[in-house]
Design a protein. Structure first.
Length: 391
């Protein structure tokens, strides 16, 4: 049952990261929110994640994974229930901060437990890959469920269903036995020393660029899809355009799952050491992302928008896990936890800044035009990835 808890935590993390984007097309008009204010909500969530990620590890050491998982599920559910009933901008700001706490609790419980409890702890890489698939399932199913429910029932009822879904695992988490003991600790001296390592610094800024890109897509894809469809068919019903935009998130998530599985399986079949060429793989993915984003900026058809969302998911797929793997290969396993904490926190800073800037640009123009902000991030990502591979 502990294995199930770990996978449900990672699934819940996927829900957290796509939640605001999934409900954005209904939430924004409900609370009279423009693109700039929605970008502020995203930044509040990501900043909360950043701060929470620096604290949750210590908490898990003190109270154990069981209670961290429970905090994650309950905090996330409470956040969703508040979003379901909130009718003003001020009301929906607080749950976004709470969502960051819930997300990082689920992140810690799921991603740290999974390598220890799946496959009897004998194959951490396979366990992490499996966990990433469940993260992708959370990304995929959340907008799909919301898109369906928005057409069948009210906003309040649809969002409440998501809260019930994330609350159900609490029962399993309470009943599960055999939680692993946390071995991660906060070592200030070791962490400070790692901050001087070039590979850690470069990897941190690689994730700054990448997580900014992924967060931007997770939160702005529905609005992008809706915008394109309304330009193509000016008379289309708002509900139809909303549903079409939300489906782009599901396409994006499926492509991410497929891409990550392919990246983990194909190199072995081809007798290629992925870690050795990881920097070039990430750089190549970033260049493909540049092309995809450029075509998104000039896209005029809903069908092309869906195809571009899929291509973006495939391009983004290998970036995060490959960055982590390449970075870990340069250090001993004793410092993996500290390294991950550093580069993940810096990566979240990118998610705080870039989606908000996109919202500010879109407020005076359009989502499509705001996508130009992501092009420099892709180019910098490609350059830094090559440097990371060569260090």
């Amino acid at each position: 049952m502990v294995s199930a808890v770990a996978l449900m935590c990672v699934f819940g993390l996927g829900m957290c990261f796509v939640l605001l984007g999934s409900i954005s097309v209904k939430l924004m008009p409900r609370v009279n929110m423009d693109a700039g204010k929605f970008g502020t909500l995203i930044s509040a969530f990501m900043f909360s994640c950043l701060v929470s990620s620096l604290i949750i590890g210590v908490i898990s050491d003190t109270i154990g994974f069981k209670w961290v998982a429970l905090i994650g599920f309950i905090a996330t559910a409470v956040c969703i229930f508040i979003l379901a009933t909130g009718k003003s901008y001020g009301t929906v700001m607080f749950p976004c901060i709470l969502l960051g706490i819930g997300a990082m609790a689920l992140n810690t419980a799921g991603n740290v437990m999974a390598p220890q409890v799946l496959f009897e702890g004998k194959d951490p890489a396979a366990a992490s890959n499996l966990a990433n698939v469940f993260f992708g399932l959370g990304l995929f199913l959340t907008p799909l469920i919301v898109s369906y429910l928005f057409r069948k029932t009210s906003y309040e009822a649809a969002v409440t269903v998501l809260g019930v879904i994330i609350l159900l695992p609490v029962i399993i988490a309470l009943l599960a036995k055999g939680y692993p003991e946390s071995k991660a600790g906060l070592n200030i001296a070791a962490t400070t020393k790692l901050l001087t390592q070039p590979a850690v610094l470069v990897a941190a800024f690689v994730l700054f660029c990448y997580i900014a890109l992924e967060a931007s897509f997770c939160n702005w894809l529905p609005s992008f899809g809706k915008e394109v469809l309304q330009k193509e068919k000016p008379g289309i019903e708002a509900a139809t355009a909303d549903a079409s935009g939300q489906r782009l998130l599901s396409f994006f998530a499926i492509a991410m799952m497929v891409g990550r599985l392919a990246t983990s399986l194909l190199p072995g079949r081809l007798n290629v050491d992925l870690t050795a060429i990881g920097g070039w793989v990430i750089a190549g993915a970033a260049i493909i992302a540049v092309v995809v984003i450029f075509f998104m900026m000039i896209c005029t058809k809903g069908s092309n928008a869906a195809l571009l969302a899929i291509l973006a998911g495939l391009a983004f797929a290998p970036c995060f896990p490959t960055t982590v793997g390449v970075t870990f290969s340069k250090f001993s396993s004793e410092v993996y936890g500290s390294i991950f904490g550093i580069i993940f926190a810096v990566g979240l800073a990118g998610a705080v800044i870039i989606p908000k800037m996109m919202g500010n640009i879109a407020k005076g123009a359009s989502i499509q035009k705001s996508l130009k902000l992501l092009l420099p991030a892709c180019i910098v990502l490609a350059v830094l990835a090559i440097i990371l591979g060569l260090i």
